[in-house]
Design a protein around this ligand. Structure first.
Ligand SMILES: [Mn+2]
Length: 319
């Protein structure tokens, strides 16, 4: 397994030499990208440096109770004025837009655990075997002997819990359990994170889930459980696309199914497909995602196609 000690040293050196650093979270931010940029921000700030976080989308509403931190809009930051720019998690979603046209003198770094990353950067720390980017950031702090404060521990725990489905998914390795234990010792509050992420469902979310579950169908031939959400469904519940994420994971808990798919209509005539499976089911959903021009992990993948969801007699079609 990659240890990245060389890359970590270089990154630590670059941070030490920089006076202004920009962190980049991916669009439609989740707990992992948010947790990793927040932990980095705490650390870089403690070194007495200027540090900002930017993201194409707003700070996730469900995390607002956990921290006072917020993101800066891309139009409010000038990437060329920073010494280093660091992207955390799903760097295909926004990082390349931010670093487009910056001078060569600005050092770029990316940390990711998604496979098939094609984005270039001066420092690349990519490991698809890691549960989350927060796990990689934890390794970084340990490797450079940085002090992990209570706040940093909470942010890192947030990313690990988010990307492992509260330590339930197959990516919950013994190392993830050890790190979680260390983070708890440093004061990360499990219950506070769970309260803000999982036990904090808005009525609009539950209504949207209700529609998605109501429409779910199982295909006995391939063991797929699938459902759809149209734009109208989402608007009718006053829900946001953030509320869709977990539906595929919950559908996957139905006995006898091999993988789940949720199709949802998005802005600009796009349909997003989210696929999930579990280790013991023996399906590689990234193969399905690849067929539709998408990608991701064996157990969690996605794709986007142009079109509209149309209900047919025995299912749905994207037209
Ligand atoms: Mn992640």
């Amino acid at each position: 397994m990659a240890s990245f000690s060389k890359e970590f040293k270089t990154l630590s050196y670059v941070i030490g030499k920089s006076s202004r650093i920009l962190l980049v979270a991916h669009s439609n931010p989740d707990g992992d990208t948010t947790g990793s940029v927040l932990a980095f921000k705490e650390y870089i700030f403690s070194l007495g440096k200027h540090v900002d976080i930017t993201c194409q989308d707003e700070f996730p509403a469900f995390l607002e109770s956990l921290t006072e931190e917020r993101f800066k809009r891309p139009e409010d930051v000038s990437p060329e004025t920073y010494d280093a720019i660091i992207g955390c998690d799903s760097v295909e979603r926004g990082f390349h837009e931010i670093v487009k046209g910056i001078p060569q003198t600005v050092v770029t770094a990316i940390l990711d655990h998604h496979p098939d990353i094609t984005i270039e950067a001066d420092i690349k720390i990519l490991d698809p075997k890691k549960s989350s980017v927060c796990e990689i950031v934890y390794d970084f702090f340990v490797s450079i002997e940085a002090e992990i404060t209570r706040k940093m521990a909470t942010y890192l725990m947030l990313g690990i819990l988010s990307d492992t489905g509260n330590l339930q998914h197959a990516n919950t390795t013994t190392k993830v359990m050890e790190i979680s234990s260390e983070l708890m010792k440093k004061g990360a509050s499990f219950s506070k994170i769970i309260e803000s992420t999982f036990s904090n469902k808005k009525m609009s979310t539950l209504k949207l889930w209700g529609i998605a579950f109501e429409k779910a169908k199982i295909n006995p031939k391939n063991g797929m459980i699938a459902t759809v959400l149209t734009k109208q469904d989402i608007e009718q519940c006053n829900a946001s696309t953030e509320d869709i994420g977990q539906v595929a994971s919950i559908l996957n808990t139905v006995p006898g199914t091999r993988f789940s798919l949720i199709l949802s209509e998005r802005e600009g005539g796009q349909v997003k497909g989210s696929l999930r499976s579990e280790e013991y089911k023996g399906v590689d959903v990234s193969e399905i995602a690849h067929k539709f021009g998408g990608g991701g992990h064996k157990l969690a993948s996605g794709f986007t196609v142009r079109g509209k969801i149309v209900e047919t007699r025995d299912g749905w079609e994207i037209q």
